[in-house]
Design a protein around this ligand. Structure first.
Ligand code: SF4
Ligand code: SF4
Length: 382
């Protein structure tokens, strides 16, 4: 980590960005009590707010990068402070001076040069969908399927994307892909404090959406969902956005999808933070799973708004965390405790984190990670 900017300068800037929120904090410590880091090591969002309020003396800049933006503290803060925005503001300051962990410089650099955090070639952005007969999006196409970067370039998540395409085709949904003109939605970049870069990504996507006549968007990632629903409107981009689990449930209700083949598996569903706590979407993914005959859906003790984060948000996917401190490892152990054979997820980050966690603890035989669309595809007559 490189030298940090003089603390008081940083504090002034954070106060400016944090606005009145900072002064509202009464230092009750609720945020620290609910923060999942305290399951594995001491970390105090209360202390971070304190430093931002009264000067950053003693500030350990490494701590700043712990936050995975899971929103647990925000929904529990009695004063309604936008704690993630405050932490994001602090990260913005660090970004300006280059004082960021080396592991995060890689995705930031890749997004700046290639439009995705995985060092993927832009012209290969839709290679994952080749051979499936998906058309290019144009003004006459109903939905844009916006590809999450992780689904575009990560081999495991490409499989979930391919399953979703087959399911959408089975329901005769009219959708298309943008191809190399599409760039990262910018979620992780903004949460890592890369505000300027986020602005450039949003501008690129918004002008492409405008040029191509986009009105309705399907997203695979809850992170893209949150960005399109809550952040692009501030920049003038207003679209009808559906997370794919919402659309799949509509298609099942309309009988355009008829899951009929039995999938006799015990399944537990993990709520991704950006679908659940950030956007209140808890039931549609569960209802899709309930519609699949044979599935025995069981809950982990921590579910819905109390779900344990996978650790992948806010740059966590790229942060180097020792195995014993990974939330993903705790979470798959919680899934194993339910007696389930499958942990179902609806987010490319969660899928990556859980696949990695199962390898780490050597439980790939006992438990599988599956995307909701993969389970649904198994139940469709083809
Ligand atoms: S929960 Fe809210 S009010 Fe309490 S210490 Fe945390 S930020 Fe401050
Ligand atoms: S958003 Fe989550 S990880 Fe970040 S400080 Fe709040 S509770 Fe902790």
């Amino acid at each position: 980590m490189e030298a940090v900017t003089p603390f008081l300068e940083v504090t002034d800037a954070i106060k400016e960005l944090g606005g009145e929120d900072l002064d509202q904090c009464m230092q009750c410590g609720t945020c620290t009590g609910v923060c999942p880091w305290n399951l594995v090591k001491y970390f105090s969002p209360r202390g971070m707010i304190r430093l931002a309020q009264f000067g950053l003396e003693g500030f350990e800049s490494e701590d700043l990068w712990n936050c995975v933006t899971c929103n647990m503290c925000v929904i529990n803060c009695p004063r309604g402070l936008k704690i993630i925005d405050i932490i994001r503001s602090m990260r913005m300051m660090m970004n300006e001076t280059g004082s960021i962990p080396a592991s995060l410089k890689v995705p930031l650099g890749s997004v700046a040069s290639r439009g995705n955090p995985w060092s993927g070639e832009p012209e290969e952005r839709t290679k994952w969908a080749e051979g499936l007969g998906v058309k290019e999006f144009g003004p006459d196409v109903d939905y844009l399927y916006f590809t999450c970067c992780t689904q575009a370039y990560d081999a495991r998540n490409q499989k979930s994307g391919q399953a979703l395409i087959k399911v959408l085709q089975a329901a005769q949904v009219d959708f298309g892909l943008l191809g190399e003109k599409e760039v990262c939605c910018g979620d992780a970049i903004r949460k890592m404090g890369g505000e300027e870069l986020f602005g450039k990504l949003a501008e690129t996507n918004l002008s492409t959406f405008e040029e191509k006549g986009v009105k309705r968007i399907i997203v695979a990632s809850p992170h893209c969902y949150n960005t399109f629903v809550k952040e692009y409107p501030e920049l003038g981009g207003n679209y009808e956005v559906r997370h794919y689990t919402q659309l799949l449930l509509e298609l099942i209700k309309e009988k355009r999808l008829k899951p009929s083949l039995k999938v006799e598996k015990r399944v537990t569903y993990h709520d991704p933070c950006y679908l659940g706590r950030h956007n209140g979407i808890y039931e549609p993914p569960r209802d899709v799973l309930r519609a699949i005959p044979g599935i025995d859906l069981v809950e982990m003790e921590r579910n819905r708004e109390n779900s344990l984060c996978c650790g992948g948000g806010g740059g966590g996917l790229w942060n180097e965390v020792p195995a014993e401190q990974r939330f993903s490892v705790l979470r798959v152990k919680e899934a194993v405790e339910t007696g389930a054979e499958i942990i179902a997820a609806a987010c490319p980050y969660c899928i990556s984190m859980f696949e990695d966690a199962l390898k780490t603890i050597g439980m790939e035989e006992e438990m599988r990670v599956m995307d909701v669309s993969e389970l649904l595809l198994e139940s469709l007559e083809q």
